[in-house]
Design a protein around this ligand. Structure first.
Ligand SMILES: *[C@@H]1O[C@H](CO)[C@@H](O)[C@H](O)[C@H]1NC(C)=O
Ligand SMILES: *[C@@H]1O[C@H](CO)[C@@H](O)[C@H](O)[C@H]1NC(C)=O
Length: 284
């Protein structure tokens, strides 16, 4: 379990507690803020959303999968899309990364007065991960975001592809007037792929060099030590503590290292600690 997941679970528990004691705090906007910042939260949000937002009848339009063979042909202009904000009972559409989704059955959320109304009739992709729901934040430009944000956007897209009907494309940044992907679209695919690769590498790295346990006693100072689940990485080895330098040497942390990886140039032994000790006192 990584830190993000742990944190997300903590947020869920906290949110649940808040919901019990102060239901008015538990607004959709708040939920969205949290979900947008912590993508692992999306599934919880989806669950909440599903409970409140969906009717018990399955919507046949939602049963199709998101494969390219079901790619819709309708192309919206921004002006057209802007008509679908649910005013006077009209349908409600939102766009995410140029794809238009029918979210009418989530009227409580996306309709006038709903906590998500700002997403209706526009492509506010960027706000999904920045949490900036002001008009200047609700834009389709998703350049220059961090890996975690691109992973978040990908999760949101999966969410809408699964839970709502994908009905068309929006002419603009991601698709042209014929509904064909633009150069920007392909650029974004690269960013999304890069973010996934980055996350995978990061996860592998965390498994290779799990964090150490740390104890602190005022009279003795800090002790770092390894166990077969330190750093939240359950494993069949314990390892020995080493200082692990980031590639740019700016960050140092303690890592538990297996015999076979001890030669890694990012590692340094702790002074005054035997090479094979599974616990080291840190210099004061
Ligand atoms: C981890 O260590 C504990 C004892 O400290 C042991 O009972 C357990 O089997 C170990 N787990 C693995 C996966 O080696
Ligand atoms: C680490 O490097 C030394 C020499 O550089 C080599 O003798 C040793 O076998 C290496 N150990 C491992 C575990 O690769």
């Amino acid at each position: 379990m990584n830190k993000l997941m742990k944190f997300s679970i903590a947020v869920v528990l906290l949110a649940a507690a808040v919901a019990v004691y102060q239901p008015h705090v538990f607004t959709v906007k708040y939920m969205h803020d949290v979900a947008a910042k912590y993508p692992a939260f999306v599934s919880f949000f989806r669950w909440l959303h599903g409970v409140k937002g969906s009717s018990s009848k399955p919507d046949p339009a939602n049963l199709k999968d998101g494969s390219p063979t079901t790619d819709p042909t309708r192309v919206f202009t921004k002006e057209e899309l802007a008509k679908y904000k649910g005013e006077d009972g009209s349908d409600i559409y939102i766009a995410l990364m140029g794809r238009v989704f029918d979210v009418t059955r989530g009227r409580d959320f996306y309709g006038p007065g709903g906590g998500y109304a700002f997403f209706s009739g526009v492509d506010g992709s960027r706000a999904f991960v920045t949490g900036d729901f002001k008009p200047e934040g609700l834009i389709d430009d998703i350049s220059g975001l961090g890996s975690q944000d691109y992973i978040g956007l990908r999760d949101w897209l999966d969410f809408y592809m699964k839970d709502y009907a994908y009905i068309g494309k929006l002419e603009g940044k991601f698709f042209n007037a014929n509904g064909e992907p633009t150069e920007y679209y392909f650029q974004v695919q690269e960013w999304l792929k890069g973010a996934s690769n980055f996350k995978e590498e990061e996860d592998l790295f965390k498994e290779k060099f799990p964090m150490c346990n740390v104890d602190y006693k005022p009279e003795e100072g800090s002790r770092v030590w390894c166990s077969n689940k330190s750093g939240g990485v359950k494993r069949d080895w314990v390892g020995v503590p080493r200082s692990l330098y980031s590639a740019d040497s700016k960050n140092i942390r303690c890592a538990c290292v297996q015999e076979a990886d001890l030669n890694d140039s990012l590692l340094k032994e702790y002074p005054d600690c035997p090479k094979d000790a599974s616990s080291c006192m840190l210099p004061k």
